[in-house]
Design a protein around this ligand. Structure first.
Ligand SMILES: N[C@@H](CCC[C@H](N)C(=O)O)C(=O)O
Length: 272
């Protein structure tokens, strides 16, 4: 079977996009296939897969025409992906599938998100970030207190003096499985100013990545607990793959802005 695919990234958090508009090409994506596509040595290589499908074809509740069916590199699903949805939205615009002259909705497992596209800068209303309290994360013998923040998906945010403190991050840091029964994304955060932080991320299902949009939002919100800023203020978040911006909205809502790019497209026959 041949099918079309694209490759894109948002601050080097990279994705294979699989157009499947009516759900007839890939159906319920096989996790083994997703993991094979994403493998950095044996596949195309990506942090995740974005299946581009009409909401009506998913059976999931959404008022949006288009649904981002997101998968991690290991084939698992997640509720939300902040970089992926920016890449997804840019793809919809480039293919003429949405009207970019105003905001439009994209469906996700975390509900519908409002998107605004201005050139290659894509802004997502991420909704309310929920701060649940403190937890712990551990790498080798080093234990950090962390904030439990939910930005559609689960995050543990630990503050460090130096991003190298977290080590190579080649293995899953330890976390409290009672707090996070479905796994967790972990951010290590260095404070650089009242509205400026730098982060490293170990993602559930994908390992260390060059960026994480939901993680940037979680980190900015956790930083804001000690550096409160007014509604409308923007926190700059430096990630290994670039910079994204998190703007505080009313009542705990946040908006994520950053670049997105589609870098390749083609037809593929998967023969492995
Ligand atoms: N890279 C993403 C987050 C992807 C999902 C995450 N790994 C999870 O399992 O929750 C982002 O940009 O937000």
């Amino acid at each position: 079977m041949t099918f079309s695919w694209l490759k894109g990234h948002g601050t080097e958090n990279d994705f294979v996009l699989l157009p499947d508009h009516d759900g007839t090409v890939h159906g319920d994506l096989d996790p083994t296939f997703v993991a094979a596509l994403c493998h950095r040595r044996r596949g195309i290589g990506a942090d995740g897969v974005l299946r581009v499908v009409r909401s009506a074809a998913t059976g999931l509740p959404s008022a949006a025409e288009w649904f981002m069916d997101y998968r991690n590199a290991d084939g698992s699903t997640s509720e939300m992906c902040g970089n992926g949805i920016r890449v997804f939205a840019l793809h919809l615009v480039q293919e003429g599938l949405v009207d970019p002259s105003g905001p439009f909705l994209v469906g996700t497992r975390d509900g519908d998100k409002q998107i605004t596209v201005d050139g290659d800068l894509v802004t997502v209303d991420m909704g309310v970030a929920e701060v649940r309290g403190t937890t712990k994360v551990t790498v080798d013998d080093h234990v950090w207190e962390a904030q439990d923040v939910r930005t559609g998906n689960p995050h543990a945010v630990a503050f460090v003096d130096d991003l190298a403190e977290a080590g190579a991050l080649t293995a899953q840091p330890e976390y409290d499985e009672v707090v996070y029964p479905d796994g967790v994304n972990i951010e290590f955060v260095r404070r650089l100013g009242a509205d400026h932080i730098a982060i490293r991320i170990h993602e559930r299902g994908s390992g260390e990545t060059r960026s994480c949009g939901t993680g940037a939002c979680a980190a900015a919100v956790a930083h804001g607990l000690d550096h409160p800023s007014p509604v409308g203020s923007t926190c700059r978040v430096d990630v290994p793959g670039g910079t994204v911006w998190v703007t505080r909205g009313p009542d705990g809502a946040v908006a994520l802005a950053g670049p997105a790019e589609i870098v390749a497209r083609g037809e593929m026959e998967w023969i492995a």
